[in-house]
Design a protein around this ligand. Sequence first.
Ligand code: CP
Ligand code: NVA
Length: 313
Amino acid sequence: MKHYLQFSDFSADEYAHLFERAAVIKKKFKSYEKYHPLADRTLAMIFEKASTRTRVSFEAGMYQLGGSVLNLTTGDSQLGRAEPIEDSAKVISRMVDIVMIRTFGQERIDKFAASSRVPVINGLTNEFHPCQILADLFTFLEHRGLDKEGRPDPAFLQGKVVAWVGDGNNMANTWLQAAELLGFTVHLSTPSGYEVDQAVAGLRSNASYKVFKDPMDACRGADLVTTDVWTSMGYEAENEARRLAFADWCVDTDMMKAAKPDALFMHCLPAHRGEEVQADVIDGPQSVVWDEAENRMHAQKALMEYLLLGRVA
Ligand code: CP
Ligand code: NVA
């Protein structure tokens, strides 16, 4: 049994399989082809933080695969009344086939997984957001890295440059893990005090990223420019301090001009126009944020299929 708790839990070969399956599964969805390999399987979703995309993509995705879904939140379950996470894991995993959790510290999902009888998926923690980067890379390949037969070709990622402008947060950490595993480089620019912590990001070395003081320099020559909210969920008390610190970390049209002419813009959403990104960029021609959001569903269907059924040809 496998869990998906951080990006580095899977190998490059497993990602190649997931990208391929995501493309196949997406095609079936677009052509209204029924595909119910997870009939009679149940997904439990546990949300200890808010969500739109993760909730909808997992729920709709599981139904489309023929399965069922149940949704628990801190407020409406015993999780919010201090039942130990290990006990919750033991109970929930006796009744469902797969679990997705969105929570605070990574140690919480690690503990849940250690006591779970079924695969556990990280739907965002303070440290990581692997499902998002899975979808983002699939989107990158769909737009720029298809082979001659029109299939996602992960070899395309080798040597590419992804510019990260903003907080050294869960998204940044996960991009870095992906770069280390799949052979691209991240150009990181974060305000001082909000840098990535290499140990928290779980990196083997600093070989797959470069740090830039000026976000414009990070974007220079990039194949993809990406950012995220200035204040992540759980850090709201720092809102004002962050607003001041991040003022120059707004992806604007000048930064996009510094990137390669065919560079894409990505944002995991929700976005705050006028803060981390200018409206002209997120609503502009280089932005692929809506494909990115939709691809959460296709990529996670491939992920659930893999975790429950292994490699389906
Ligand atoms: N990108 C993302 O995970 O969005 P939600 O917070 O809406 O799930
Ligand atoms: N970094 C953001 C991502 C939201 C999908 C957060 O953790 O709130």
